[in-house]
Design a protein around this ligand. Structure first.
Ligand code: ATP
Length: 234
């Protein structure tokens, strides 16, 4: 793929708990194009989250190479890799839940403040992003004062506020009912189309998978299928 933004080759990852070794990734090759939306699917335990963590540089790999926009990710020292992630990637992960004591806009502006953007500019951009996700009128609400779908929209606004070229999402619609899932996916698709950002998302939902440009199916730590969703409108 010529315009690949992510190019992973021969990724192996083993977890060693002391008692047993789990070969979570057993030679994964994957390229993701600029502006592409890829759904990673497969049965529980097949290695989807591990793949997201390894490809985004959140976790180390045992062997193989991940090149993101020309940068060999795992060659970077830890602090430079974190910095690279903060500047170029957005995350919609359960691990990065909204901070409960901060309002919507305070949550969204956090990545900007952490990367050195001034307070006034951070607030301006965060309000703009909340507006994009349809939540300008909930800017001063705490997460507990929002619905599940609204919370997820704030999480997406926070992931996108830095204008990253890649967004990694682990079950972005996991706990949501089907109507809200549709709304969140429409939002993600609209952002993907208008900003040409690449989305790589893990999902158990065939409905969500069908909305992506491409479905990558995994089993037992390898990719077993990689193709277009069976959807004539895509
Ligand atoms: N920190 C860890 N230590 C040991 N084993 C782990 C660890 N994390 C994951 N595993 C194992 O690695 C394998 C892949 O796990 P992973 O979380 O990537 O699967 P998954 O496809 O995302 O599953 P699910 O759909 O249930 O979230 C599983 O067998 C899991 O038990």
């Amino acid at each position: 793929m010529d315009n690949a933004i992510v190019r992973a080759t021969g990724i192996h990852k083993t977890y060693d708990t002391g008692k047993i070794q789990v070969n979570a990734l057993r030679g994964v090759d994957l390229s993701v194009g600029r502006g592409e939306m890829v759904a990673i699917m497969g049965p529980s335990g097949c290695g989807k989250t591990t793949m997201l963590n390894c490809l985004s540089g959140l976790d180390d790999v045992d062997s193989g190479q991940v090149i993101v926009d020309g940068v060999v990710l795992h060659d970077l020292p830890d602090d430079e890799r974190s910095d690279y992630r903060a500047r170029n990637m957005g995350f919609v992960f359960q691990l990065y839940n909204l901070l409960p004591v901060l309002t919507s806009v305070e949550n969204v502006e956090m990545p900007l403040l952490l990367s050195g953007v001034g307070a006034t500019e951070a607030r301006r951009r965060s309000m703009g992003m909340l507006d994009r996700v349809g939540l300008a009128d909930r800017a001063s609400h705490l997460p507990a004062e929002l619905s599940g779908g609204q919370r997820q929209r704030v999480t997406i606004a926070r992931a996108l506020v830095n204008q990253p070229s890649i967004i990694w999402a682990d079950e972005p619609t996991g706990d949501l009912d089907s109507e809200t899932t549709g709304e969140i996916m429409d939002l993600i698709l609209e952002l993907n189309r208008s900003n040409l950002q690449s989305f790589i998302l893990v999902t158990h939902s065939e409905e969500v998978g069908r909305m992506a440009h491409r479905i990558v199916r995994m089993r037992d730590g390898v990719i077993v299928d990689d193709g277009f969703p069976n959807n004539p409108t895509n």
